[in-house]
Design a protein around this ligand. Sequence first.
Ligand SMILES: [Zn+2]
Length: 407
Amino acid sequence: MKRMIRKIISAALVCTLMGVQAYAYTNDEWMHVENYEGRQNWQIDRGEFCEYLVKLYDYVTWGKPEPIENPFWDLEEAQHPYALGAYSLGFVKGTDSTTFSPKNLVNRAEASVMLLRVIKKMYPQLDTSGGEGIVFPDGAPDWALEALQFMFSRGFTGGHNGEYEKIGAYDPLTLREAVAMVDKVMRTSQYPVVHPTFDGVKKVYLTFDDAPSQNTVSILNTLRDYEAPATFFVTGKADASILLRMRDEGHAIGNHTLSHDYARIYKSSQAFWNDFDAEGRYLQGVLGYLPTLIRFPGGSNNTVSYNYGGRSVMKTICYQAKQYGYLYFDWNVSSGDADKTTVPKDTIVRNVLNGCKNKTDAVVLMHQSSYKTTTAQALPEIIRGLKDMGFVFVRLNEDSVRPQFLR
Ligand SMILES: [Zn+2]
């Protein structure tokens, strides 16, 4: 169901600094890193790093570089098809006006500077401050200080081998670290780049998607026992008694479309709203109010929609959702319970607890449909674990943090 769920392996590189969490990139569809497994400990050169910067920019903004004349004698476009694009977008400079040096290795300081340029171009309004207090005991070059402080404060890099004490500003990056940085920026989108003001309370928003089932009853029982409010994104014409129980026990309810059929809902924006509104009317009839929270099947940046409505359909729908006064929510922690039909309970527990580590606002994606027995079984352990980590449980609402992959 959730094709867009991206697997996060958080065990590999976890370090802590102001909520820093670095994780290893798992090679999935979006970045297309060739032979990642075999090369992850190799050092990355400028030519290749440019590729991921351009892909990141394209993925988030759908912006393409303008074609320009190649001023570099040592840059063969066939060999480094993204380097000139990265240059024309302003992400990278030549090593001098006519030399690009595509084979030069990228160090952590340079990578941070380049990535910050991409982020600033993607989010021109972004407040990049907040890292000024960070000092690097082993030194950071002046020209990269702002970028390094930004990257560290947002958790986009964790320093040499994940050790904050050793920033290793001049250490060449491994492919693994380079793509982890880029991947993390993509995943977090504007969140937590624009960090909501942290009021000292760590909040977790448990969310359960899809058609309510017997598992929902068990989930509701657990939530009641632990006094943990949550959010249900409902699809289909669910049993009224279950919906009313969600409402009466204080959970938030959102619309996850009637059919959840990608081919139908993502054919066009009109098709989407037809299906969505039908669900809205059904929910309103049962609940007595029209839910204004949305979760898009597959998330707002699902690529499956391209097959049916083209690359712009999600962008249109997201735009319209805002126009219509709806709030859509993606997630920043995935339970992984949609990776296959039924995922082992312990895996789900581990995914959630690892994913929430070092977050101050965690929106957790889980599922309630009939196959998801292990999600329901995992829930008590998840809730206990999150309580131990100091989280309070909150419903999604208009004031809550709102991870959105696509804006
Ligand atoms: Zn779904």
